[in-house]
Design a protein around this ligand. Structure first.
Ligand code: AMP
Ligand code: ZN
Length: 466
C-alpha cells in the first residue's frame, strides 16, 4: 500500500511503526456551526482510508479531535447570548449526526480541546524549559528559529515568509522575536472562557491542541497524520515543531492531505455566499450520494460540487443498488456452481484485484469505483434466472463487500427499497395532480431505470419489479 507523503513529496510504501497496527490522527472541525461539505471531504476520505486498512488486516487506532474553544465559537456564543460550551456541545452533536448519515464511523477517540488543557500546559512548560518557547506579558510563543527543521513539511522558503511576515505583524504581535513565531498560550479577553496557567489566565493556541491530543491518545510517534491541504501551513508545520522539539522524536511518518472542494468552480466560502452544509444536502439526497460523489475523484485532486454532478452521482450509485437488488430478486433453480460459473467467477475475482490495486495506489477511489462498475456490468450480463444460487450469492457478495470498503451501503433492506419506491410514486402522483407531466414522466423513467414498472389501475398505482 502506497501513500503520497507531503513530507517527502513522494508516493511511499506504507510501513507502520508496529506491525499490523496503525496510529492515525485526523484534524477535526471547529464546532461553531453545522459542518459544510468541504469539512465532509477529509471525514469521508480518511474514513475510507481507515476502512481499507482494516480490510487489509491492520488494527487502526483513529483519533480525530473537535476544536471546541476558538474565536469563532466565542463570537457565536456572544451573538446568541449563550455559553461557548453550549455552542460547541450543540454542534458536536450535529456533526456526529451528519457523520453517521454519511456512514463515517466514529473515531476510536474524539478528544475535546477543552478537556486536555492540563496536557497543553505541560507541553508548553516543557518547551519553555528546553528553550523552544518564551513568554511575554502572559502570551507564550514558539521560537521557530531554534528548530532547524521548521518548514520541512510545507517546503516553504522561510526567508520569504519572514520578510513578508514582518510587514504583516499586527499590533500586539511586535513582542515576537521572529515573525514566524506562533502562539502557544494567550491571555483571555474580557468575557472569554479561560484557564489558569503559569503565564496568565487564558487559553491555548490552536496548534498545541493537536500535538497534545495525538501524544496522549496515540503516543509520541504516530504513523499517519491527515487533514485538508489548507492545514499544511501553518497548522501542521507548527504541530511538527511543537511535538518534535518537546518529545525529541519524529512526530508522524506519513502526512496525507486532501485537496479542496469547490462549488460551481469557485472556492467555497462564506463571503461568496456559496456555502453548503451537509445538512442542507441531506434534505435533498441520501448522504450516501454525497459520499459517492466525494469518492468519485482522487482525494488529492480538487473536486467541484454542482447540482448536475450530484444528479449524476445519484444515478450512478443507483445503478449499483439496482444491480444488487436484481440479484436478490432472482429465483435460482439450482444451488451448486457449475464449472462454467466457476470459470466466470475468476473474472469477478480479477476485478477485486483491480479494486485493491487502485486502493493500494494512494487510495485511488475513482479507479476502485470503476472496478465496482465493471462488476455490476458483469452481474447484469452473467447472472440470471438460470444461474445457480451459489453464483448469484458470490457475485452479489463481491459487489456488496467492495462497496462496503468504501463505506457505500448498496445492499439495502427490502423495506427500505420499497419505501423509497412508494415515496417516488407519491411524488409522481403529486406532479400529475399539479399537471406537471414532464416531472411525472421523469419519475416514471427513473423508476423504470431501477427496474420498476408502474400500472395505473382503478384502485390506484400498482408497481412490480421487471
Ligand atoms: P476547519 O473546521 O476549518 O478547521 O476544517 C476542518 C477540516 O475540513 C480540515 O481538515 C480542513 O482542511 C477541511 N476543509 C475545510 N474546508 C474544506 C474544503 N472546502 N475542501 C476540503 N476540505 C476542507
Ligand atoms: Zn490539527
Amino acid at each position: 500500500m502506497k501513500f503520497y507523503n507531503t513530507l517527502t513529496k513522494k508516493k511511499e510504501e506504507f510501513v507502520p511503526l508496529e506491525e499490523g497496527k496503525v496510529k492515525m490522527y485526523v484534524c477535526g472541525p471547529t464546532v461553531y456551526n453545522f459542518i459544510h461539505i468541504g469539512n465532509a471531504r477529509p471525514m469521508i476520505v480518511f474514513d475510507t482510508a481507515r476502512r481499507y486498512m482494516e480490510y487489509k488486516g491492520y488494527e487502526v487506532n483513529y483519533v480525530s479531535n473537535f476544536t471546541d474553544v476558538d474565536d469563532k465559537i466565542i463570537a457565536k456564543a456572544i451573538e446568541e447570548g449563550v455559553s461557548a460550551e453550549e455552542i460547541s456541545r450543540r454542534y458536536i452533536a450535529e456533526c456526529k449526526k451528519d457523520m453517521a448519515d454519511m456512514n463515517v464511523r466514529p473515531a476510536t477517540t474524539h478528544p475535546l480541546a477543552t478537556q486536555e488543557i492540563d496536557g497543553m500546559i505541560d507541553m508548553i512548560s516543557a518547551l519553555i524549559d528546553k528553550g523552544y518557547a518564551y513568554s511575554v506579558d502572559g502570551t507564550v510563543y514558539f521560537r521557530t528559529r531554534k528548530f532547524n527543521e521548521y518548514g520541512k513539511l510545507s517546503h516553504k522558503n522561510l526567508d520569504d515568509l519572514r520578510s513578508g511576515g514582518r510587514s504583516l505583524l499586527v499590533t500586539g504581535e511586535d513582542q515576537k522575536e521572529d515573525p514566524l513565531d506562533f502562539v502557544l498560550w494567550k491571555p483571555k479577553k474580557e468575557g472569554e472562557p479561560f484557564w489558569v496557567s503559569p503565564w496568565s489566565e487564558g487559553r491555548p493556541g490552536w496548534h498545541i491542541e493537536c500535538s497534545v491530543m495525538a501524544k496522549k491518545y496515540l503516543g509520541e510517534e504516530i504513523d499517519i497524520h491527515a487533514g485538508g491541504e489548507d492545514l499544511i501551513f501553518p497548522h501542521h508545520e507548527n504541530e511538527i515543531a511543537q511535538s518534535e522539539c518537546c518529545n525529541g522524536k519524529i512526530f508522524a511518518r506519513y502526512w496525507l492531505h486532501n485537496a479542496f472542494l469547490n462549488i460551481d468552480n469557485r472556492k467555497m466560502s462564506k463571503s461568496l455566499g456559496n456555502f453548503r452544509t451537509v445538512r442542507e444536502i441531506g434534505e435533498k439526497y441520501d448522504l450516501q450520494v454525497l459520499r459517492f460523489f466525494m469518492l468519485s475523484a482522487h482525494y488529492r485532486s480538487p473536486l467541484n460540487f454542482s447540482a448536475d454532478i450530484m444528479e449524476s452521482s445519484k444515478s450512478a450509485l443507483e445503478r449499483i443498488v439496482t444491480a444488487v437488488d436484481k440479484l436478490k430478486s432472482l429465483n435460482p433453480k439450482t444451488e451448486e456452481l457449475t464449472p462454467e460459473e466457476e470459470e466466470m467467477l475468476r473474472t469477478a475475482r480479477q476485478l477485486r484485484e483491480k479494486f485493491e490495486e487502485a486502493m493500494d495506489d494512494d487510495l485511488n477511489t475513482a479507479d476502485a469505483i470503476s472496478a465496482i462498475f465493471e462488476l455490476v456490468r458483469f452481474a447484469n450480463t452473467n447472472a440470471g434466472e438460470n444461474s445457480s444460487r451459489a453464483f448469484i450469492d458470490a457475485v452479489k457478495g463481491e459487489i456488496v463487500e467492495l462497496s462496503d470498503i468504501l463505506g457505500l451501503l448498496v445492499d439495502k433492506k427490502a423495506e427500505d427499497l420499497d419505501a423509497e419506491i412508494e415515496e417516488m410514486i407519491a411524488k409522481r402522483q403529486a406532479a400529475r395532480k399539479a399537471k406537471d407531466f414532464a416531472q411525472a414522466d421523469a419519475i416514471r423513467d427513473e423508476l423504470l431505470a431501477r427496474g420498476i414498472i408502474l400500472e395505473d389501475t382503478r384502485e390506484g398505482v400498482k408497481w412490480k419489479r421487471a
